[in-house]
Design a binder for this molecule. Structure first.
Ligand code: NDP
Length: 494
């Protein structure tokens, strides 16, 4: 069985303890590879390697850093098909979305920050007649990057690309649920000639490896994406150590549809926003609010559309919704569907797990041979629920699966109240042809990102992040490069 390895000081190595954890394929429910069960000893080695590499890497000219990072872009693009296949097998997401979204975005992350590093400039302030101030922006040292399982390589690279481009060295931990593409990426880093120790990847459990990274005295900053509860724990350790913190956390995003919207567009994108990647995207629009005059029609058309989504083998052509990432997450989603019923919700479609054990799946390539699989993994029918109040638990807590609720509203003020009633504030979507209304709501809605007449339309230059319990700080653009550097003002008397 394939054994994933840590990447420390430029070498692929087993965990110091020699222990391993099982890695499951969500489509089949079977263990298909083993992960190093690393701990504080491995983190210690990784930090030592990162510290040793820092003086050299931080003083490497931007153009040389750019060249190495662009080599990584070429290698990701060269291996797009095999990386997408690995991501789909590891996560349960469809091969189509891995090919279209995850892996291209990993390449874009590196391309974006490789070029950004070539275009950073420092400010100077002329204190008339007295002094000249200039600001030095210096890489802050060893950075810790911790990423989740839902968009594994996409979010892993979204953190390490700006860190490395800024001149930091990195100790990174991908989610232990989806470690495969970070491992393949370690191999690409060796092939690209990234100097040993610039990037170190330690696999293993959050409470062991993640917390050792967060609590390590020589790690100057933590960039974390994951759940709000984990974010809280991280802040509790890191804040008293005065570490820089970027926290990208959970969401419970509203999708507001006014009667004057472009109906067909709103319908298609609402389905995508709720169920793309099995609903396992922090930006998914899981609370759908529809203005009363079109509510019944929209509901009927939406449910008909959602019922047509094909759930099945992530590797097969034509699958819309793949497998849920783990048994644990499957149980959590199913418990919320039960809760919704207890809270008085009516299931309009879905609501059940899907047993595909009897279905013979497509063969998948394993090394040079092919293997036929039995789909005994974790599948849930895309589920739409109506009849719940905006303040019940189903509508307040993050489910992070193929489950959306739908409800009518009458006024702008009322729907804004519903939208803002949650403790989260990551993203929101508004569908209307009334520009004044779009501006009004965009200004008043409590979220870090507002999409008007679109969803998940991303420009990497824009600030990305949440308000309230969805996070602290912004990623994206020059903001991320600034996060991984420290500013120093130099004042020279004239
Ligand atoms: P978790 O918070 O469970 O885990 C995220 C990462 O943190 C994993 O690598 C995990 O390791 C690690 N971790 C767990 N416990 C600790 C700890 N005590 N100290 C340090 N690290 C730890 O989130 P999920 O992986 O379940 O991801 C889903 C969540 O991520 C959702 O809430 C979603 O909304 C959010 N998310 C937010 C995004 C945003 O941009 N705002 C984007 C994508 C997802 P391990 O896996 O081994 O437990």
């Amino acid at each position: 069985m394939q054994k994933i390895e840590n990447y420390i000081g430029g070498e692929l190595v087993a965990a110091v303890s020699g222990g391993c954890l099982d890695n499951f394929e969500p489509a089949t429910g079977h263990v298909y590879s083993l992960i190093p069960d690393s701990d504080a000893a491995d983190v210690e080695n990784a930090v030592a390697a990162a510290k040793a590499a820092f003086p050299g890497w931080s003083s490497t000219p931007a153009e040389e850093r750019f060249t190495i990072l662009m080599r990584l872009v070429s290698l990701i693009e060269r291996d797009l098909d095999s990386l997408a296949l690995a991501e789909s097998i590891d996560n349960g997401k469809t091969l189509a979305i891995a090919k279209r979204l995850d892996i291209p975005r990993a390449a874009s992350n590196f391309r974006f920050y490789a070029t950004a590093a070539m275009h950073t400039a420092n400010e100077s302030h002329d204190t008339t007649g007295q002094a000249l101030n200039y600001t030095l922006r210096q890489p802050l040292g060893v950075a810790g990057c911790i990423s989740p399982w839902n968009l594994p390589l996409y979010l892993f690279t979204w953190k390490i690309a700006p860190a490395i481009a800024a001149g930091c060295t990195v100790v990174a931990k991908p989610s232990e649920v989806t470690p495969m593409t970070a491992y393949l990426f370690s191999k690409l880093s060796i092939e690209a000639g990234l100097p040993p120790g610039v990037l170190n990847v330690v696999h293993g459990l959050g409470p062991k490896v993640g917390s050792a990274i967060v609590g390590h005295k020589d790690i100057k900053a933590i960039s974390f994406t994951g759940g709000t509860k984990t974010g809280e724990e991280i802040a509790r350790t890191a804040a008293p150590m005065f570490k820089k913190l970027s926290l990208e956390l959970g969401g419970k995003n509203p999708n507001i549809i006014f009667a004057d919207c472009n109906y067909e567009q709103a319908l298609a994108e609402t389905r995508r926003a709720a169920f793309a990647n099995q609903g396992e995207i922090c930006l998914c629009g899981s609370r759908i609010f529809v203005e009363r005059p079109i509510y019944e029609k929209f509901k009927k058309d939406f449910v008909a559309d959602v019922s047509r989504l094909k759930v099945g083998d992530p590797l097969a052509d034509g699958t819309d919704v793949g497998a849920i990432v783990s048994k644990q997450h499957f149980d959590k989603i199913m418990s919320y569907i039960e809760l919704a019923k207890e809270e008085g919700g009516t299931i309009l479609c879905g609501g059940n797990p899907l047993d595909l054990a009897a279905v013979k799946a497509e063969t998948r390539p394993v090394g040079s041979v092919s293997e036929t699989r039995q789909l005994g993994g974790w599948y849930i029918q895309p589920t739409v629920i109506e009849g719940l109040s905006h303040d019940c638990r189903t509508n307040q807590e993050e489910i992070f699966g193929p489950v959306a609720t739908i409800m009518p509203f009458d006024t702008e003020e009322e729907v804004l109240g519903y939208a803002n009633s949650v403790r989260y504030g990551l993203s929101s979507t508004i569908w209307t042809e009334n520009l004044s209304r779009a501006h009004r709501i965009a200004a008043d809605i409590e979220s870090g990102i507002v999409w008007v007449n679109c969803w998940l339309l991303r420009d990497l230059r824009t600030p990305f992040g949440g308000v309230k319990e969805s996070g602290v700080g912004r990623e994206g653009g020059f903001e991320a490069l600034r996060f991984f550097s420290e500013e120093k003002n130099v004042c020279i008397r004239l």
